[in-house]
Design a protein around this ligand. Structure first.
Ligand code: SAH
Ligand code: SF4
Ligand code: F3S
Length: 511
């Protein structure tokens, strides 16, 4: 691959192509679900751009609408049905418009999607994106097409995703696909297939490209990153586990922040924690979904750990990385959950003292182990009540955690303007907390030191502590600028002098 420099950006970086040829097809992509899906949309765009499609942000000018879907809970799917209704109206206005459903809902419902929703032209599962150009040829010829084959090998390792984020600061990199755990409530193993790891070489290459193009943060993605394992068929000594991969990634560039998600309580190793502690650029934040605080419920969920094991892991994280943030996912109202089980969840949350949590009501998913073997027997209003107690407790814990940060100074990576005002920037600490601060002469992509002066339960409010390093760099830049200027002036004078001398000499010679 060539690495010619263009405005400090290397050209092997795939970016959104400007629409140069109006006769070409335009694709609009809408994404639901997890970070994995966001990254998959970037892969899909890379495949489509290589096949004559240009990306548009304007749904009204699209020739093709792709909706990248999520099946994790009933309401995630409802949202997609709602959007398909909107696309139906768009299709009546523009009959040539094609609609494709991709992602987890495509995998779960397969042909049923075409039968249930007549406006859908194409259904493509998460492992079949390479076939998109072929499928689109059929669709353009007026047929409907489906490819939902799951694969044991596909990792799209050789495809550089086209980044759709607007700030160029932070990017997702998938290190594996699928999941081999069968948590009884979860649809992911059915929609994304078996677990497979991507080669370390292609992961490191993608990260180097991001570094070369000014990105400052990568998040390594997998449903269970701790079970990442790359087997070197020729030399077992070169096998790579997650702790080793994390170290390799951290070493790509010490200024590139590294995050990862999601960790599994049964698999997160001390090796991973020591690696985090060892490298300054690996962020101090672990997302460790607990789901429930009751060992009985965890067993029914098939999570393969107990409350005690989970709390032991939390204690270990706190011991090895004292300033580590810990975040989680919680499900309220799983099958057979009693008031006692629920109280156990609340008490575990208090004990773990989470900084942040994603909290959900249990939603039965067709064909999962729980749907087949257990009764969804917690009444809806009780699920709602328990969820609101969980949310209320977490809000309190988050507020307390943020209050403890007041007076401390954090290194913050700015990633854009704050939602409320362009006079403020928003950024994240190593612990993944959002900090809002007056922008001064900083911009997205800058690291600043911010002292926390106040907070809400969701946000830290900071003031920039003039970064000595930043000031020095600023001064150095000025000095360098002046020196270059003087040098250029001097060389200009010298060049003129030489020219004059040459002229004089030639004249003499001619005489
Ligand atoms: N692989 C990750 C995340 C999977 S999905 C993990 O193992 O944690 C993200 C979260 O959605 C899960 O952690 C869980 O809290 C929630 N979730 C999954 N299935 C669900 C369901 N059927 N009902 C409610 N929440 C669910
Ligand atoms: Fe779903 Fe469990 Fe796999 Fe996470 S680890 S994706 S919750 S089956
Ligand atoms: Fe949803 Fe699929 Fe992700 S079900 S959460 S988009 S893996």
């Amino acid at each position: 691959m060539s690495k010619q420099k263009i405005n400090t950006k290397t050209i092997d970086y795939k970016s959104i192509k400007p629409i140069l040829d109006r006769s070409k097809k335009l694709v609009y992509i809408e994404t639901y679900g997890c970070q994995m899906n966001v990254n998959d949309s970037e892969l899909v765009l890379a495949i489509l751009q290589d096949n004559g499609y240009f990306f548009t942000k304007d749904i009204n000018e699209a020739d093709l609408i792709l909706i990248n879907t999520c099946s994790i809970r009933e309401n995630a799917e409802q949202r997609v049905w709602g959007r398909l209704n909107v696309f139906r109206i768009a299709k009546t206005k523009k009959t040539s418009l094609k609609v494709g459903v991709i992602g987890c809902m495509a995998e779960r419902l397969k042909e049923q999607l075409l039968e249930r929703e007549k406006i859908v032209d194409m259904v493509v599962g998460p492992d079949a994106y390479r076939s998109l150009p072929d499928l689109l040829r059929n669709v353009e010829a007026g047929q409907k097409d489906v490819n939902v084959l799951l694969s044991r090998e596909e990792t799209y390792a050789d495809i550089t995703p086209v980044r759709m984020d607007e700030n160029g600061v932070s990017a997702f990199v998938s290190i594996m696909r699928g999941c081999n755990n069968v948590c009884s409530y979860c649809v992911v193993p059915y929609t994304r297939g078996a677990e497979r790891s991507r080669s370390p070489k292609t992961i490191l290459n993608e990260i180097q490209i991001l570094v070369d193009n000014g990105y400052k943060e990568v998040t390594l993605l997998g449903q269970n990153v701790d079970s990442y394992f790359w087997k070197d068929e020729k030399n077992p000594e070169k096998d790579v586990n997650f702790a080793q991969l994390l170290e390799m990634v951290a070493l790509v560039n010490p200024l590139m922040r590294v995050r990862f998600a999601t960790s599994h309580p049964k698999d997160i190793s001390n090796g991973v924690l020591y690696t985090m502690a060892m490298y300054e650029n690996i962020c101090n934040c672990v997302h460790l979904p607990v789901q429930s605080g009751s060992t009985r419920i965890l067993e029914l969920m098939n999570r393969k750990y107990t409350r005690e094991h989970y709390l032991e892991r939390i204690a270990k994280i706190r011991k090895i990385i004292p300033d580590c943030a810990i975040t989680t996912d919680v499900i309220a109202g799983f099958c057979t959950e009693t008031d006692y089980d629920h109280a156990q969840t609340l008490s575990l949350m208090t004990e773990a003292d989470y900084d942040f949590a994603y909290m959900f009501k249990y939603s039965e998913r067709p064909n999962t182990k729980a749907a087949r073997q257990l009764k969804d027997d917690v009444p809806e209003d009780l699920k709602t009540k328990r969820l609101s107690e969980i949310i209320e407790l977490q809000n309190r814990l988050s507020l307390e955690s943020n209050k403890r940060d007041i007076g401390k100074i954090f290194n913050v990576l700015a990633d854009g303007f704050s939602k409320r005002s362009d006079e403020y920037l928003s950024g994240r600490t190593s612990q993944n907390k959002t900090v809002v601060f007056p922008k001064k002469n900083y911009a997205a992509g800058d690291f600043v030191n911010a002292e926390i002066i106040s907070c809400t339960s969701a946000t830290l409010i900071g003031e920039i502590v003039e970064n000595e390093q930043h000031e020095t760099i600023h001064e150095l830049k000025n000095i360098l600028g002046e020196t270059i200027h003087i040098f250029e002036e001097k060389t200009e004078k010298a060049r003129n002098k030489i020219k004059q001398n040459i002229n004089k000499t030639t004249k003499k010679w001619k005489q």
